[in-house]
Design a protein around this ligand. Structure first.
Ligand code: IMP
Length: 432
């Protein structure tokens, strides 16, 4: 089956947006299968920078159909803003080009309020969520009382359910989180008006994709967040509330299990994380500031969704190998190699010690309690001084940079097929 999956190998922000943009050139349908507007994808095309939270970055190519699958939770306000932003850049979003699954769940302003209230109540144990209402929306989904896009097609019943939803949320905010009572009617009305604008885009997406596949069309499945934020396989409880791994494609788009052509794992040449939770190779001080950047450039390590400075650290090959296994990744796309230019030595985590003993991959768990007890074992490799941003061929890379990449692929057992060396769309080295 002509399906390619693009999936994050770390804690999100690996650069999936630019990869999806690149691969979309040869794809018919680009489909998001998980998460919501907690994601932030930045794509640089010439002097234009697109920051997308929901619509797949494949939308920038005029021939693609973009899909928000049933695994997605969707905030109508964000989606409408994004449509407007794209429209003013000359990219019209029509129902022919954007399909929204009838079984995708909606995020309401009440979900956002609950998300923030729960975080505040957790105090020091905060997850550090994006505050976008993701957790509460998925909670309503699993509690079987969520509002789905298809429900919009019966507006009378939908209005009643929205009213109930806001009243219940308001009760929770005051009873559980001791928040002042919220005037819910204006919020509900605004939400209804925004949600109604999505009606022309709502489709039985699973059926459409299965049909497209039977016709030989190609699908690019775009994961949001990263493997280590997966609800089951990530550093629980410091995770998001969806299935971020490649396995989520089948349930998140409504297609049957079938052979996948390529599972492209996206990893930075170092490691970043936003929000709380363990980070064994985290750095502080000068090297951290060097990797993070000052924030003056849109590609520096500050969250696209929240603007928070990202935590940074050395590349962790224990976690990367785990992500390769969990996703069945067939190749790696290494991003931001250019950021490492200027370091004399680069450190790579090649193993962990826990309670004085080395951990075998077979005993490994990404669960937070386990990871917190792990001490990284590092190997130092030589760095390089050259600026890589203008390079487009493998042979042009400094020897030390090529050796770094080979070290990564030998450790993970799969090839690094692409390397990005700058934010611009064309700043990619593709290996034959
Ligand atoms: P939530 O998804 O907003 O509930 O946040 C849960 C955790 O996932 C927090 O640590 C967030 O910082 C993190 N997170 C969610 N989405 C992203 C993302 O797109 N990139 C990086 N981290 C994310």
């Amino acid at each position: 089956m002509p399906i390619t999956i693009v999936v994050g190998m770390q804690w999100g922000d690996e650069g999936k947006g630019r990869v999806v943009d690149l691969f979309s050139e040869n794809t018919d349908i680009v489909a998001r299968y998980n998460g919501g507007d907690n994601a932030g994808h930045t794509v640089t095309v010439g002097s234009e920078i697109f920051k997308l939270h929901l619509i797949p970055s494949g939308i920038i190519h005029p021939h693609t159909v973009c899909v928000l699958g049933n695994g997605v939770v969707l905030n109508p306000a964000t989606l409408l803003e994004e449509m407007e932003m794209l429209g003013s850049a000359g990219i019209a979003i029509t129902p022919e080009r954007l399909w929204i699954s009838d079984t995708a769940h909606l995020i309401t302003p009440a979900h956002r309020l609950l998300d923030r209230a729960r975080e505040a109540a957790l105090g020091k144990a905060q997850i550090g969520t994006t505050g976008r209402g993701i957790g509460p929306a998925y909670m309503d989904k699993t509690a079987r009382k969520g509002l789905r896009c298809g429900d919009l097609l019966d507006m009378v019943t939908f209005q009643l359910r929205v009213k109930q939803h806001f009243e219940e949320a308001s009760g929770q905010l005051t009873a559980l989180y001791h928040q002042p009572a919220v005037e819910t009617s204006p919020l509900a009305e605004e939400f209804l008006a925004q949600a109604a604008q999505l009606i022309p885009f709502i489709r039985p997406v699973g059926a459409r994709i299965r049909h497209a596949l039977s016709q030989g069309q190609s699908i690019l499945a775009e994961g949001a967040q990263g493997t280590l934020l997966d609800l089951d396989q990530g550093s629980y409880p410091f995770v998001t509330s969806s299935c971020t791994t490649a396995a989520g494609v089948f349930s998140g788009l409504g297609i049957g299990i079938c052979p996948i052509e390529r599972v492209v794992g996206i990893t930075k040449a170092f490691q970043t994380r936003v929000g709380g939770g363990p980070f064994p190779t985290e750095l502080q001080g000068e090297t951290a500031a060097f990797l993070r950047g000052t924030g003056a450039n849109p590609w520096d390590e500050y969250g696209t969704t929240t603007g928070r400075p990202r935590r940074v650290g050395w590349l962790d090959l224990v976690l990367l190998k785990y992500a390769v296994e969990i996703n069945g990744a067939t190749e790696l796309f290494l991003t931001k190699l250019d950021v490492l230019s200027g370091l004399d030595e680069i450190f790579v985590c090649t193993g962990y010690q826990r309670e004085g003993a080395a951990i075998r991959q077979a005993d490994f768990s990404a669960e937070a309690g386990f990871l917190e007890q792990c001490k990284p074992i590092y190997e130092a490799v030589p760095g390089w001084r050259e600026d890589l941003r203008s390079l487009r061929k493998w042979e042009e890379l400094p020897d030390q940079a090529a050796a770094y990449i080979k070290f990564v692929e030998e450790s993970c057992g799969i090839p690094v097929t692409h390397i990005s060396v700058g934010p611009e769309r064309s700043a990619v080295i593709t290996r034959e």
